[in-house]
Each structure stands twice: as C-alpha cells, then as structure tokens.
Design a protein around this ligand. Structure first.
Ligand SMILES: Nc1ncnc2c1ncn2[C@@H]1O[C@H](COP(=O)(O)OP(=O)(O)O)[C@@H](O)[C@H]1O
Ligand SMILES: [Mg+2]
Length: 287
C-alpha cells in the first residue's frame, strides 16, 4: 500500500467496471562529453515508475527498450531497482558487471553497460541475487543519476526501471528523468500507489512530464476506465492532467516469455502485449 497516508483516496471506480565509481572516476573517462542540459529533450531519459510492485515495470521496460531499438533508437536500459533488481533475470543475462561495481567505484557507469544482443539494446544490470543496493546513501544515488544523464548523451533513449514505492531513493533516481511513465494495473491498490507517486513527484518537481501506462488490463476499455479514474484524481486534487501513454492488455504470453527469459517481441512479436508496447513506443517518438 501507499506510504503516503495523506493522499486522498482515488475516486470509486465506475459501477459498470467489471473488476472492480565515484564522480571522479566517471569524470576521468576520456570519452564522455561535458554535462548535458538535462531536461531539454522530452522523452530521452525515461523513468518507469509505479508505486506498487509487481505491476509489470520490468517487463514493460524491457519490451519498450526493444520496441524503441526496432524503431532505430540507440537505447540503454538501466536497472534502477535497488532492492529487487531483475532485468538480468527476465533476460537470462549473466552480467560480468553490475551497478554494485559502479557504486563501489570499481567501474564507471558506461563500463558497466553491456550489449544485450537478442534485443539489440544496452543494459546496465542491477545487483540481483548478490545483496541489495537499497541502503546506498542518497548523495551516492544523486551522483549515479547525474552520471546516467551524462551517459544519456551517447544514446537516443535511456530507460530507467525504477524500484517500487515512493521512498527518497526511488525519487532521487527518478530525478534524472525527463519523462516518467507511471505504470498501474486495474487494481485499486495499484491505482492509489500510482497516485501517491504522481502526487509526490508533482509536488517536488511541478513541471515533470508524467504519463500513465495501464498494464495487464483485461481489455482496452477497462484500461481506459482505469486511466480516467487516475486522471480524475490527479486533476481534482493535484490540478495536473497526465496523459495516457498507452494500455497494455493482459496477455498469457508475458508470463511465458519471462519464464523462458526471452523478450516478448522476439518470442511473440504479434502478441497483444507486444503490439500494445509497440504503440506506446510510437507515441513516445511522435512527441
Ligand atoms: N501485460 C501483462 N499480461 C500478463 N501478465 C503480466 C503483464 N505484465 C506483467 N505481467 C506479470 O506480472 C509479473 C510482474 O512483472 P514485473 O515486470 O516483474 O513487475 P515489476 O517490475 O513491476 O515488479 C510478471 O511475472 C508477469 O508475469
Ligand atoms: Mg521489476
């Protein structure tokens, strides 16, 4: 549940709804240009956030990375889930390096990036299975966020798969992003947690480009209802109007692909979920 107890409840769903390294290390890297003007290009550095865990952020981040790659975007996927990093697991990668080596100062962020050949994009793995990074000091995270924004100058798009929750560590990383895609499912707990994330972000950074993704929806129509419910709360209480980035339908092939550690666009390119994420990629590129 949301840790933001001051968040007003999301309005009731319509009755008709069915269910209800250090900075010095990186700076010494000869190939990196100077600090970019962060935020100048909307949708370049995109954070995927949710509030609640288990709503499909990692699946979506991977699939969107591949969809953008297919649209000729040089893409980097950064696993920013400090507690439960699992991009590498969903992709079946055995990374030689991960974010842990960056945090201990052994590697620069760009040295930790690896090519994921099947998907055609680069990945910076989090530290999965070998201890959590959840207790890194915020000052360290701020440096990582700045380094990531710098590394983004080498890519067309950088996706940042965030951890669940609204804690400072998640928000600190999210600050690197020009655009935040907030993922929710049709479930009320997911909606209230998405709302809490949006509320805190909008209060901390009033002009953030926030867009909503409804995932694992039983139908497009139900996803639209979910979006409208969340939008109404944002509009009513926060006076903001986050647009819908897209709806991804519930699709049994998602689980099957994760089980087989294969990206859905490779294994089931014509599946509903793969097509829906493709449409979101098109929308991002159109803006
Ligand atoms: N569109 C979808 N259709 C069906 N199942 C989905 C969909 N998206 C995610 N899932 C399921 O939800 C689970 C959690 O997804 P994951 O990407 O790990 O979430 P998160 O990163 O938000 O914790 C996965 O095991 C997957 O099977
Ligand atoms: Mg995840």
């Amino acid at each position: 549940m949301s840790s933001d107890t001051t968040a007003p409840p999301v309005p009731a769903r319509p009755r008709s709804a069915k269910a209800t390294k250090t900075r010095a290390t990186l700076a010494n890297s000869p190939r990196l240009p100077g600090r970019p003007a962060v935020g100048t290009k909307r949708g370049k550095l995109i954070a995927i956030a949710s509030g609640k865990g288990g709503v499909g952020k990692t699946f979506f981040s991977i699939t969107l990375s591949q969809a953008l790659t297919l649209r000729k975007q040089k893409t980097l996927l950064f696993d920013g889930d400090l507690g439960l990093a699992n991009v590498d697991i969903q992709l079946g990668l055995m990374p030689q390096h991960d974010l842990g080596s960056v945090i201990t100062g052994k590697l620069s962020l760009n040295q930790a990036a690896m090519k994921y050949n099947t998907g055609g994009f680069d990945v910076i793995a989090g530290r999965s299975g070998s201890g959590s990074l959840a207790n890194i000091p915020l000052s360290r995270l701020q440096i990582i966020a700045e380094d990531l924004a710098m590394l983004a100058t080498r890519y067309d798009r950088v996706l940042l798969d965030l951890g669940a929750g609204v804690e400072k560590s998640v928000r600190q990383l999210a600050k690197a992003a020009d655009t935040i895609l907030v993922v929710t499912s049709d479930e009320p707990t997911s909606l209230t947690d998405a709302y809490a994330f949006i509320k805190i972000t909008a209060m901390e950074r009033p002009n953030t480009d926030i867009r909503i993704v409804v995932n694992a929806s039983n139908s497009t129509r139900e996803g639209e209802r979910t979006y409208k419910t969340l939008h109404k709360a944002c509009n009513g209480f926060l006076k903001i109007s986050p647009p819908l980035a897209g709806i991804i339908r519930r699709d049994a092939r998602v689980r099957e692909c994760i089980r087989n550690q294969m990206p859905i666009i490779t294994r089931s390119p014509a599946s509903e979920a793969a097509m829906d994420v493709g449409a979101i990629a098109d929308g991002l590129l159109a803006v």
